[in-house]
Design a protein around this ligand. Structure first.
Ligand code: SF4
Ligand code: SF4
Ligand SMILES: [Zn+2]
Length: 175
C-alpha cells in the first residue's frame, strides 16, 4: 500500500486524529500520560496508521476485519468496493464508538474527492486555529487552550442518536 495513505483508514477513519497515532508523535506525551492514568499498558500503544506497517498491537486495528478485507481486495478504502456498504462496514459504523459514526460519510466523500484531497481536508479539520493538531477526544487545545471541535472526552459511549454530537465518556480504549 502506498505510504502516502498511511493515515487513511480502510474503514474511513482518519488515523491522523487517532489518539494511538497522536500518542506516537513528539507532542503526544500527554496522551500517553492519559493512557497510563487510565491503567492502559503502553506496550504497543502507539500506531503509525492503518496503512503503515506499525499498527496498534492490542485488539483493535491490528486485528481489524475491515482492514484485512480491504487489503485482501487490494482496495485503498471500502468506498471503492463493489459491496460497499456491506454488513461488516455498517456494523463497524454503528458499533458504538463515537468516532466510528462518520465513516460511511467519509467513504462517500473519499469517492467524490479522492484520498489526497480528503486527507488534506481531514488534516485541516483536526487542527486548532493556532495550528496544533488534536485527537478525536481532546476538548481543549494543549498549545493555546482553545475549545476544540472534537468528538468529546472519550470514545466508549454507545451511540445515542439523541446525544449531543460531542457527548462522551472518559476511556481511551482502542482505535
Ligand atoms: S489505532 Fe487504528 S484508527 Fe488509530 S491510527 Fe492505528 S490504524 Fe488508525
Ligand atoms: S466487503 Fe465490506 S469490509 Fe470488505 S472491502 Fe468491501 S466494503 Fe470493505
Ligand atoms: Zn490551539
Amino acid at each position: 500500500m502506498d505510504s502516502v495513505y498511511d493515515l487513511l483508514g480502510a474503514c474511513g477513519l482518519y488515523c491522523g486524529a487517532c489518539y494511538h497515532y497522536r500518542a506516537s508523535l513528539p507532542e503526544g506525551q500527554h496522551l500517553l500520560e492519559m493512557a497510563v492514568d487510565q491503567g492502559r499498558s503502553l506496550d504497543g500503544y502507539g500506531c503509525q496508521g492503518c496503512r503503515s506497517g506499525v499498527l496498534y498491537c492490542h485488539p483493535g486495528c491490528s486485528h481489524c476485519a475491515v482492514r484485512r478485507c480491504a487489503e485482501g481486495r487490494k482496495l485503498v478504502h471500502c468506498g471503492l468496493c463493489s459491496e460497499f456498504p456491506c454488513d461488516r462496514i455498517r456494523a463497524f459504523q454503528s458499533g458504538g464508538r463515537i468516532h466510528h459514526r462518520d465513516v460511511l460519510v467519509h467513504l462517500e466523500e473519499l469517492m467524490v474527492i479522492g484520498p489526497d484531497r480528503w486527507l488534506a481536508q481531514q488534516a485541516q479539520r483536526w487542527r486548532c486555529r493556532c495550528g496544533a493538531g488534536f485527537s478525536w477526544y481532546e476538548v481543549l487545545c494543549r498549545r493555546c487552550g482553545a475549545p476544540l471541535a472534537s468528538y468529546g472526552s472519550g470514545p466508549a459511549a454507545r451511540q445515542d442518536p439523541s446525544a449531543p454530537r460531542n457527548a462522551g465518556v472518559r476511556t481511551l480504549n482502542g482505535g
